[in-house]
Design a protein around this ligand. Structure first.
Ligand code: COA
Length: 297
């Protein structure tokens, strides 16, 4: 048990910290959802165990690629906060950032964000996907990021609205160069090693024609995890292909105002439009046509 007399220590995260960091982030994010989700939505639940394992695998991946971008804050032997960040080409990304509820508002978050941002000091661009927490949005704006509200579409897809889908195929590791190239054209930086991780966890659909190319990672329930394309026509085709995979309630999150095409598809599928959280950017415009990943961006 930490005493308030214990000094706050910042140090690089190690693989041994990952289980405690996973629990801490699940707790902090549940608290944000309890406070800020609209009352019309069902009571938020804690992150389920399988999601926790996926979170841990992703964080271990970031510790391998970016040991200097991942920091923890400790008071005595209690982990009170952490920030995981990574650099891909010219861009710095913040994956997860949280301070234990009850320890917030004492300056811990400011120090953690500074340590993580130091890892990206040579980067021209920065990208963060934030939940609806006003404290997080405050931190990002004060750190120089522009805040772009995010929309989401949820519900059950109207099967009768799904158009005939052509020119979409299953993807594989052989599509990495294609995906990195589409990433550079939309996001400004390739996902590089992150494609290996995403491929191991999610279904990949690819469209590659003479007029455009793109890809989408789809979660087991049919929700979109990440989508990028060289034009709206290809992006629209891929989004319909992903929605056609859904078997029950589905969700398309992380839609910025620059991606009206995605809202059009979601509305045509009779999903319900909502809004929450921010895409926080530095030195770049909202990527399009693009639906970012919540942590790998
Ligand atoms: C966002 C989050 C990580 C910020 O961490 P935090 O520890 O609460 O942030 P801080 O305490 O460093 O906040 C700093 C503010 O407190 C003030 N502060 C209060 N006591 C302080 C102290 N003893 N020392 C230094 N600063 C102090 C600072 O001056 C600063 O004010 P400012 O906003 O005007 O700059 C945290 O609130 C959180 O976990 N939120 C929920 C999860 C979440 O949404 N994370 C982001 C997801 S993308």
């Amino acid at each position: 048990m930490a005493h308030h007399a214990d000094a706050l220590i910042l140090r690089p995260m190690t693989p041994g910290d990952v289980p405690a960091a996973e629990r801490l982030s699940a707790q902090a994010f549940l608290e944000v959802e309890r406070r800020h989700l609209p009352r019309s939505l069902p009571e938020p639940a804690a992150r389920p165990a399988d999601r926790g394992q996926a979170w841990a695998r992703r964080t271990l991946h970031l510790l391998r690629t970016d040991p200097g971008g991942c920091w923890v804050a400790e008071e005595g032997d209690t982990l009170v906060g952490f920030a995981t960040s990574f650099v891909r080409e010219t861009t710095w990304f913040l994956a997860t950032y949280a301070v234990l509820p009850g320890h917030q508002g004492r300056g811990t978050g400011v120090q953690l964000l500074a340590a993580a941002m130091h890892h990206g000091r040579g980067c021209l661009h920065g990208m963060i996907s934030a939940m609806a927490d006003p404290q997080a949005a405050r931190r990002y704006r004060l750190a120089g990021f522009t805040l772009h509200p995010q929309m989401h579409l949820s519900g059950t897809v109207d099967r009768a609205a799904i158009p005939v889908i052509e020119k979409v195929r299953d993807g594989s590791a052989g599509d990495s160069d294609l995906m990195d190239s589409v990433d550079r054209g939309t996001r400004g930086a390739a996902h590089g090693p992150d494609h290996e991780l995403l491929l191991a966890e999610l279904r990949l659909l690819v469209s590659d024609t003479s007029t455009g190319s793109g890809y989408v990672y789809v979660e087991p329930g049919g929700s979109v995890a990440l989508l990028a394309a060289t034009n709206r026509r290809t992006a629209t085709r891929l989004l319909w292909a992903a929605l056609a995979e859904s078997t029950g309630p589905t969700r398309l999150g992380h839609v910025s105002a620059a991606n009206a095409w995605a809202i059009d598809v979601g509305l045509a599928a009779r999903l319900e439009l909502g809004q929450g959280g921010y895409l926080a950017l530095r030195g770049m415009n909202p990527p399009a046509p693009y639906v970012h990943h919540g942590a790998l961006l």
